[in-house]
Design a protein around this ligand. Structure first.
Ligand SMILES: *Cc1c(COP(=O)(O)O)cnc(C)c1O
Length: 430
């Protein structure tokens, strides 16, 4: 199995190259050359197998001979070390809770898998790989937790000073060892620009090996297909049509869902649910894709004006709008309506959705019964307590590992948003 660039299908590389380089030299994103259907017996047996066992079958299809079976088995067992429960709120509606991992966001699946795959490809080398990550909050926490103490890898996280929540900042800055946090005096876009400039810089490329842990990396996408099958395993009435709504920002999560469908997962329809950063829902409506300046919202992990994985979605459907719109519907909410959706979900079901999941919850209202209506809960609500009214805020239980983190000391290097300073920092690491 090889991986091609979305900008040139003739440019193919191994998984090792795709993972270590993140991006193709022509700027395209890597895609598996075959996304083939899983055998019938996989779906017939799915309830008799564990999350890990099913994930192994799926991973094997997407990685081929790139990773030996025994190694892949270990990687899966270490990645899938927490559950993804499908919680029914009523007869038809269910929440797929993807926040039971260490950083309380679905990104734990991607980060844990990626760190182990990368570490496997770096075995026996006597140099360190540097993983650069710009974060608006959730990515950095998952990457830090996923890569902590991974041999051969040093992680440098850049985050915008004063723009992440208190819990998120602790999740970025309290690790030490191979995890370093840079508190940038600037916006998320500034952080991202510094990382991009580092990738383009000759001196840095000559001296250091750098990778990105953002969802442009194919090794973050592969494990995100696993939990779509895990959702299906838990569906009570598998004869009903299935709709899955995905809270989306950079669209890695939805891309993984569409890959799962291509592998035979019987989902009738996906919903691309966004906040006011609605370039994809607008595209689905009109056929016109026009990226916009990023707008700040209360569902800030989806504040993306130019979603990078959109290119992969176009690739999956041969850039044919008709085909995309028969599988994917668009939906978006502003902040006021997101708060209403949170309140409605609680009033009707006594369930506290996080602001991202709440948009997906609301998007399912137009889907007719009887059918299975699943929304992805992409993060634990305690990461966004400032969004909730007091009565709800008081009811949110902060998990124990996060409580402990609150008492740990922040270790971050403050830095101006200036490439020369950042470059010097990187060059001085070794
Ligand atoms: C990252 C994130 C998203 C967006 O996921 P994409 O794969 O970038 O579309 C949604 N919700 C939460 C809580 C996130 O952390």
């Amino acid at each position: 199995m090889l991986y091609y660039s979305t900008k040139n299908k003739n440019h193919k590389v191994t998984l090792k190259e795709a993972v270590l380089n993140s991006l193709a030299p022509d700027g395209g994103l890597y895609m598996p050359e075959h996304i083939s259907t899983l055998p019938k017996h996989f779906f017939l047996d799915i309830e008799n197998k564990t999350f890990q066992e099913n994930s192994f079958e799926v991973a094997k299809k997407l990685t081929g001979e790139n990773i030996p079976n025994s190694v892949l088995q270990n990687i899966i067992d270490e990645t899938i070390n927490f559950p993804a429960p499908l919680v029914y709120l009523d007869e038809y509606t269910a929440s797929l809770e993807l926040w039971h991992g260490e950083s309380l966001a679905f990104k734990d699946f991607g980060a844990r898998f990626m760190s182990r795959v990368m570490s496997y490809y770096l075995r026996g080398e006597n140099r360190e790989q540097i993983v650069l990550t710009a974060t608006s909050g959730d990515t950095g926490g998952a990457v830090a937790a996923g890569f902590y103490n991974t041999p051969g890898i040093r992680v440098v996280i850049l985050y915008p000073s004063g723009m992440v929540s208190e819990i998120q900042e602790k999740q970025l800055t309290t690790w030490g060892n191979n995890i370093s946090a840079l508190e940038i005096n600037g916006s998320f876009d500034d952080c991202q620009r510094l990382v991009k400039e580092a990738f383009a810089d000759r001196n840095i490329q000559n001296k250091l090996s750098v990778s990105s842990a953002n969802s442009i990396n194919i090794s973050r996408l592969i494990p995100q297909t696993f939990y779509y099958f895990e959702a299906y395993r838990q569906i009570r009435d598998k004869k009903l049509p299935i709709t899955i709504s995905v809270p989306s920002g950079n669209f890695g999560n939805l891309t993984a869902g569409l890959m799962a469908k291509k592998m035979g997962l019987p989902v009738q329809r996906f919903i691309a649910a966004t906040n006011a950063n609605n370039v994809v829902p607008k595209y689905l409506q009109s056929g016109v894709f026009s990226p916009k300046q990023t707008i700040s919202t209360i569902s800030n992990a989806m504040d993306v004006g130019l979603p990078s994985n959109f290119e992969r979605i176009l690739d999956l459907y041969g850039s044919t709008w008709n085909k995309i719109t028969s599988d994917v519907f668009g939906f978006w909410l502003n902040d006021a309506d997101t708060k209403k959706a949170i309140r409605d979900c609680f009033t009707k079901h006594q369930y506290i959705a996080d602001p991202h999941g709440a948009i997906a919850y609301q998007s399912l209202k137009t889907t007719l019964n009887p059918s299975v209506k699943i929304f992805l809960e992409t993060a634990h609500p305690c990461k966004f307590t400032n969004v909730y009214d007091d009565d709800l805020s008081k009811m949110i239980i902060v998990p124990e590992n996060i409580q402990k983190m609150k008492n740990k000391k922040k270790q971050a290097k403050q830095m101006e948003s200036n490439f020369d300073i950042f470059k010097q920092y990187l060059m001085d690491l070794y």
